[in-house]
Write a protein that binds this ligand. Sequence first.
Ligand code: GLN
Length: 540
Amino acid sequence: MKTKFIFIVGGVMSGVGKGVTAASIGRILTNKGYSVSAVKIDPYINVDAGTMNPVEHGEVFVTQDGDETDQDIGNYERFLGKDILSSNYMTTGRVYLSVIEKERKLAYRGKCVEVVPHIPEEVILRIKTAVKDSGAEIMIVEIGGTVGEYQNILFLEAARMMHLRAKKDVQFILVSYLPIPGNLGEMKTKPTQYAIRTLNSAGIQPDFVVCRAEKDLDIPRRHKLELFGNMASGSVISAPDVASIYDVPGVLEDQHMGNKLLRNFGIRPRKNNWTSWKKLTHNIHNPGKPVRIAMVGKYFGSGDFVLPDAYISVIESVKHAAWSQNLKPELAWIDSEKFENGQAPKDILKDFDGVIVPGGFGKRGVEGKIKAIEYCRTHKVPYFGLCYGMQLAAVEFARHVLGHKKAHTTEIDPSTPDPLIYIIPNKIFEETKKYGGTMRLGAYPCQIDKNSKAFEYYGSEMISERHRHRYEFNNDYKDAFNKKGFKTVGICPDNGLVEILELEGHPFFIGTQFHPEFKSRPLDPHPLFVGFVRAAATVN
Ligand code: GLN
């Protein structure tokens, strides 16, 4: 079978759920027996997401092979249940950079190198490389942004060219938004009609329009869109708001979207296996008792709206673990700066069953996080520290148990007498000031002490987890930590770096230098998150 391609583009506005739609279609086609992978095209000049503004762009998702990518790659991994590699992610910057580098190496053999066709050709080449690396039979390609803007025009051009060369193997899905203005109380199709026309002017006719809206799309509007959008009957799909993103594959499947896509490609479903996905959505909608988890962090920008996107993988990991244990996940954001301004951690944290301090950078809110961690340690509240959350748990322990009152991470206090968390000098960025891509990134092995809770949870002595950080636990303090019961139970065999700290005699007090949240999937929750929510649900 020749590789099939499904391009997903957005209409009317951003943030309508292209990523979840792409991932859901991937899940449907996986359930039907095909090997599916997904590419994300991010129309930014940034070469990777590591240097993008987290408030605007959301989480930086780290792949197994150490790329800093868009959070949609995380959605693909979670819905498809498989690793997505770096070659499945491209930005405008990445595409231009490689064309310019090739030009400098005379790879175009003295030809004039032009935006068209060389940029779209490079995009096509990258999509084909992703097919090769992932072994996908069906490749979903999500083009970021909205049709009609300048930023993604060359990507649409690449898609058009691919379609022209293999019409039967390429389909287009427009994910659009249908507003229901409050003063009218009626769903409007016109913006989506315009979006279809705009896509037409790029030489593309969508095969499907997925209509995102607050409510279900009714029959008259479906027909209207078919007629004015030049769409085949049955190709307008309703995608109303749902309680959980994991409901979306079912919503699309109920409208036979998977079989319609396959039929257009001239292929048939090999099977139709929904057992585990149905079990998942059943658990989501029929949870048992609540487990209340506080995420203590600094707030980005202006309030609650922004944080969830920046920590989407952590949130999803807590949910996956809770659902698997028949618990109802309830997450709340606690601004750690509150604890710096006189609020006692107890006043707020007493209402929670467990506390997470997620990854982070910089000084703001750090002392508040340390206060929250101290409260969890001394009151036996289950605590899970992810990356910065592990580093700060180590700082708290060094200060209050080992008596190194000024212990700190050199990220905040470069002249601390006790550089407990420090940087292993990295010549590259000190000398060249090339900061992008200089962190410890991607998967590293970790050897786990058999005598630990971490071993119990993982059920394995050798694991692999993903990283994104610059600072490390300083091994000069290792013995003192072990002696006083904050044990270094996970070590990277490659370089001796501490990866997991675990407190003895506490129901759950674990910090990981890596980011376990990047490997949790709804059908395969992460063992440490499962251990954490179980401890939280049992203790309180
Ligand atoms: N700021 C810390 C470091 O760079 C932690 C990073 C993180 O939490 N991802 O090491």
